[in-house]
Design a protein around this ligand. Structure first.
Ligand code: SF4
Ligand code: SF4
Length: 151
């Protein structure tokens, strides 16, 4: 990949955050997920059997031209995120499920009804977010510049 890999993108990777969720199993758990989805700009997705909640909210430093307004001091998570795994180029989301509304979740639950009120097993909260996936180190940043190795 050469040149400015972000040239035709509006900064998709800077327009949301995603955090891991405890895997919902009971009707009560799914009712909580439904509550999340009742909020604007919230989505829930499943990837590699892990559940995540996402918030469509652009970074306050995303400039109008799609560039980073604090490029030199941008957080580590941004430095680690490379075009090889980016939202615009990679297309490798591999979402098993993606819920954008309570109706999407209802549809899923009609197909896969939850267990009863009793929690069958507990899975701890996964200490990672989508952007922290153990993917290969990025070769270029969101502006197509080669990145120095992380400390
Ligand atoms: S890294 Fe990818 S998603 Fe992010 S601004 Fe560049 S092209 Fe867009
Ligand atoms: S700090 Fe810069 S690179 Fe990071 S999310 Fe904000 S605009 Fe994007």
């Amino acid at each position: 990949m050469s040149g400015n890999v972000c040239e035709h993108c509006t900064g998709l990777c800077c327009a949301y955050i995603a955090l891991p969720l405890e895997t919902p199993e009971t009707a009560e758990d799914f009712d909580d997920v439904r509550w999340y989805l009742l909020h604007k700009n919230v989505f829930v997705f499943v990837e590699d059997d892990d559940w995540y909640i996402g918030f469509r909210t652009p970074c306050g430093h995303l400039a109008g031209d799609g560039r980073c307004g604090i490029y030199r001091t941008r957080p580590r998570i941004c430095r680690q995120y490379g075009a090889d795994q980016c939202d615009y180029h990679s297309g490798d989301y591999n979402w098993q499920q993606h819920f954008a509304s309570p109706e999407h979740l209802d549809e899923y639950l009609r197909q896969y009804p939850p267990a009863g009120g009793r929690r069958l097993r507990h899975r701890g909260r996964k200490p990672r977010a989508r952007a922290l996936r153990p993917t290969p180190p990025p070769q270029v940043d969101r502006h197509g510049m080669r990145l120095p190795p992380l400390p």
